[in-house]
Design a protein around this ligand. Structure first.
Ligand code: BV8
Length: 234
C-alpha cells in the first residue's frame, strides 16, 4: 500500500528555469522586461495585439529550443511508476512535462502551442507564430486568433477538476512557484484543509511558504529527483 494514495503536484516557472526558460518575478525575469498589463491581459491584447503576438511568438520559439530537465523527468517517472494517483497541475504554458513523458497534466494557464479563435472559440494545436492576418482553420475568419493562454482577469482552465483533486489528495507538492498568482496560490490551503501533507520545493521560500508543512529549498533539478526517488522507495 503506497504511503500516499492521491498526490497533486503544482508547478510554476521555476520548474522550467533550468531548461533555460525565464521565470516571471526573479531578477531579470519576464515582468522586469514587460508590463503584465500590456501582454497578459485582454485589455492589453485589445490595445496592442501585435505586442502580445510578438511576446508569445518569442516565448514559443524559446520554448521550442528548450529541453526537459531532470525535474521534468522525475515528475514523468513518478506518474509512471508510483502505485497511487498522481495529478500534475502546471501554471506553465510550455510543453516540457509532455516532452519528458508525463501524461496526466492540467495546464491551468493554458498552452503556448495552442491557439484560441475569438470568433468561434475553437482551441487547436498551433506551434507556429500567431498574427492578426491568419484565418482560423475552423471558421476561416481572419483576425481572431490568439494564444490559448489564461490572462489576468480570465478564468483558469479545469478549476472544478482541480478543486476536486485538492479535496481528495493526501499529498500536495508545490514546485517552482512564487505563490503570487491566484487561484493557484490558494491550492496549498485547500489541500491542507483536506488533511494533505504539504511540501514546498522552491529555490527560496515562496509568498505562501507559511502554509506548507515541509520545505525543501534549492534548485528543482537537485531537489525534485531525490524527493521523487524517496517517494518511490516507499
Ligand atoms: C482569476 C499568462 C477569477 C500565461 C499568467 C484584480 C483583477 C483581476 C484579477 C485579480 C485582481 N487581483 C487579484 C486577481 C487575481 C489574479 C492574480 O492572482 N493577480 C496577482 C498578480 C495578485 N489572478 C487572475 O486573474 C487569474 N484568474 O483570478 O480568475 C477566478 C478565480 C478562481 C476561480 C475562477 C475564476 C488568472 C491568473 C493567470 C494569469 N496568467 N500568465 C503566460 O503568459 O505564461 S500569470 C504568470 O504567473 C504565469 O502564468 C505563471 O505561471 C504565473 C505564476 O508565476 P510563477 O510560475 O510562480 O513564476 P514566478 O516567476 O512568479 O516564480 C518562480 C519561482 O520559481 C520563484 O519563487 C523562484 O524562487 C523559483 N525558482 C526559480 N528558479 C528555480 C526556482 N525553483 C526551483 N528551482 C529553480 N531552478
Amino acid at each position: 500500500m503506497p504511503r500516499y494514495a492521491k498526490i497533486v503536484i503544482l508547478t510554476g516557472a521555476g520548474l522550467s528555469a533550468e531548461s533555460g526558460l525565464a521565470t516571471f518575478r526573479d531578477t531579470g525575469g519576464i515582468w522586469a522586461k514587460y508590463d503584465y498589463r500590456d501582454v497578459a491581459t485582454p485589455d492589453g491584447f485589445q490595445r496592442n495585439p501585435n505586442l502580445v503576438y510578438d511576446f508569445y511568438n518569442m516565448r514559443r520559439r524559446e520554448s521550442a529550443n528548450a529541453a526537459p530537465n531532470a525535474a521534468h523527468e522525475a515528475l514523468a517517472r513518478i506518474q509512471r511508476d508510483y502505485p497511487g494517483d498522481v495529478l500534475l497541475v502546471t501554471q506553465n504554458i510550455d510543453n516540457l512535462l509532455e516532452q519528458a513523458g508525463a501524461e496526466k497534466i492540467i495546464h491551468m494557464h493554458g498552452e503556448m502551442t495552442r491557439m484560441l479563435c475569438t470568433h468561434c472559440d475553437a482551441r487547436l494545436p498551433w506551434a507556429a507564430d500567431l498574427s492578426p492576418d491568419l484565418a482560423c482553420p475552423e471558421c476561416e475568419l481572419i483576425g481572431g486568433m490568439r494564444p490559448a493562454v489564461v490572462w489576468f482577469g480570465e478564468v483558469p482552465y479545469e478549476m472544478a477538476r482541480i478543486a476536486k483533486a485538492l479535496g481528495e489528495c493526501d499529498l500536495f507538492i508545490s514546485i517552482g512557484t512564487s505563490g503570487n498568482v491566484y487561484p493557484a496560490a490558494s491550492f496549498v490551503a485547500a489541500a491542507s484543509e483536506a488533511g494533505a501533507h504539504t511540501v514546498e520545493i522552491n529555490l527560496e521560500p515562496s509568498d505562501t511558504t507559511n502554509y506548507f508543512a515541509e520545505h525543501l529549498h534549492g534548485p528543482a533539478t537537485e531537489i525534485v529527483p531525490s524527493y521523487i526517488e524517496r517517494l518511490l522507495a516507499g
